[in-house]
Design a protein around this ligand. Sequence first.
Ligand SMILES: [Cu+2]
Length: 116
Amino acid sequence: MPHGFYCITLSLLLLAGIACNVGTATMPTEIQIEAGMVGFRPSTIEIPAGRAVRLVFTRTIDSVCLEQVQIPDLGIGPVTLPLNQPVVIEVTVPKAGAFQFTCGMGMTKGTLVVKR
Ligand SMILES: [Cu+2]
Protein backbone atom coordinates (compact mmCIF):
# COMPACT_ATOMS: atom_id res chain seq x y z
CA MET A 1 0.00 0.00 0.00
CA PRO A 2 1.46 3.40 -0.87
CA HIS A 3 2.52 5.36 2.14
CA GLY A 4 0.47 8.43 1.18
CA PHE A 5 -2.71 6.39 1.10
CA TYR A 6 -2.00 4.91 4.50
CA CYS A 7 -1.29 8.34 5.88
CA ILE A 8 -4.56 9.82 4.65
CA THR A 9 -6.54 6.81 5.82
CA LEU A 10 -4.98 7.03 9.25
CA SER A 11 -5.89 10.71 9.47
CA LEU A 12 -9.49 10.02 8.51
CA LEU A 13 -9.74 7.22 11.02
CA LEU A 14 -8.61 9.47 13.80
CA LEU A 15 -10.81 12.32 12.58
CA ALA A 16 -7.96 14.66 13.20
CA GLY A 17 -6.24 17.29 11.13
CA ILE A 18 -2.89 16.27 12.48
CA ALA A 19 -0.13 16.06 9.90
CA CYS A 20 1.36 12.65 9.32
CA ASN A 21 5.07 12.28 9.69
CA VAL A 22 6.21 11.07 6.30
CA GLY A 23 8.13 7.86 6.62
CA THR A 24 7.18 6.93 10.16
CA ALA A 25 3.40 7.38 10.29
CA THR A 26 3.66 8.31 13.96
CA MET A 27 1.81 11.28 15.33
CA PRO A 28 3.76 14.15 16.78
CA THR A 29 3.43 14.29 20.54
CA GLU A 30 1.18 17.13 21.56
CA ILE A 31 1.48 18.91 24.88
CA GLN A 32 -0.90 21.55 26.19
CA ILE A 33 0.63 24.37 28.20
CA GLU A 34 -1.41 27.05 29.90
CA ALA A 35 0.01 30.52 30.35
CA GLY A 36 -2.14 31.80 33.18
CA MET A 37 -2.33 32.96 36.79
CA VAL A 38 0.53 30.82 38.02
CA GLY A 39 2.72 31.28 34.97
CA PHE A 40 3.29 28.36 32.66
CA ARG A 41 1.50 25.18 33.67
CA PRO A 42 3.03 22.68 33.55
CA SER A 43 6.26 24.58 33.99
CA THR A 44 8.40 21.52 33.34
CA ILE A 45 7.75 19.58 30.16
CA GLU A 46 9.44 16.33 29.21
CA ILE A 47 9.74 15.54 25.54
CA PRO A 48 11.62 12.88 23.58
CA ALA A 49 14.74 13.87 21.65
CA GLY A 50 14.67 13.79 17.87
CA ARG A 51 10.90 13.71 17.53
CA ALA A 52 8.45 16.35 16.42
CA VAL A 53 6.54 17.73 19.39
CA ARG A 54 3.69 20.20 19.21
CA LEU A 55 3.73 22.57 22.14
CA VAL A 56 0.29 24.13 22.34
CA PHE A 57 0.37 27.33 24.38
CA THR A 58 -2.88 28.94 25.51
CA ARG A 59 -2.82 32.21 27.39
CA THR A 60 -5.73 32.41 29.83
CA ILE A 61 -4.83 35.58 31.68
CA ASP A 62 -5.16 39.15 30.45
CA SER A 63 -1.58 40.03 31.19
CA VAL A 64 1.04 41.85 29.15
CA CYS A 65 3.67 39.62 30.71
CA LEU A 66 2.48 36.43 29.06
CA GLU A 67 1.52 37.96 25.73
CA GLN A 68 4.57 36.33 24.21
CA VAL A 69 6.50 33.13 24.66
CA GLN A 70 9.98 32.31 23.48
CA ILE A 71 12.49 29.48 23.64
CA PRO A 72 15.76 31.39 23.33
CA ASP A 73 17.91 28.27 23.69
CA LEU A 74 16.29 26.91 20.52
CA GLY A 75 16.13 30.23 18.70
CA ILE A 76 12.33 30.23 18.76
CA GLY A 77 10.16 33.31 19.19
CA PRO A 78 9.06 35.55 20.62
CA VAL A 79 5.68 34.22 19.51
CA THR A 80 2.54 36.20 20.32
CA LEU A 81 -0.15 34.44 22.36
CA PRO A 82 -3.60 35.93 21.76
CA LEU A 83 -5.90 35.55 24.78
CA ASN A 84 -7.63 32.15 24.92
CA GLN A 85 -6.38 31.06 21.50
CA PRO A 86 -4.17 27.98 21.31
CA VAL A 87 -0.89 28.65 19.51
CA VAL A 88 1.14 25.70 18.27
CA ILE A 89 4.91 25.79 18.36
CA GLU A 90 6.35 22.67 16.78
CA VAL A 91 9.82 21.70 17.88
CA THR A 92 12.20 18.86 17.14
CA VAL A 93 15.17 18.88 19.48
CA PRO A 94 17.86 16.46 18.33
CA LYS A 95 19.83 16.33 21.59
CA ALA A 96 19.01 15.70 25.20
CA GLY A 97 19.20 18.56 27.66
CA ALA A 98 17.25 21.22 29.48
CA PHE A 99 16.05 24.26 27.59
CA GLN A 100 14.34 27.25 29.10
CA PHE A 101 11.22 28.86 27.71
CA THR A 102 10.08 32.23 28.97
CA CYS A 103 7.60 35.02 28.50
CA GLY A 104 8.58 37.80 26.12
CA MET A 105 10.42 39.63 28.90
CA GLY A 106 12.25 36.60 30.22
CA MET A 107 10.52 36.82 33.62
CA THR A 108 8.09 33.92 33.69
CA LYS A 109 9.96 30.70 33.06
CA GLY A 110 9.51 27.07 32.24
CA THR A 111 11.80 24.21 31.32
CA LEU A 112 11.75 21.87 28.39
CA VAL A 113 13.48 18.66 29.41
CA VAL A 114 14.56 16.68 26.37
CA LYS A 115 15.27 13.00 26.98
CA ARG A 116 16.78 10.27 24.87
CU1 LIG B 1 6.86 38.65 31.40
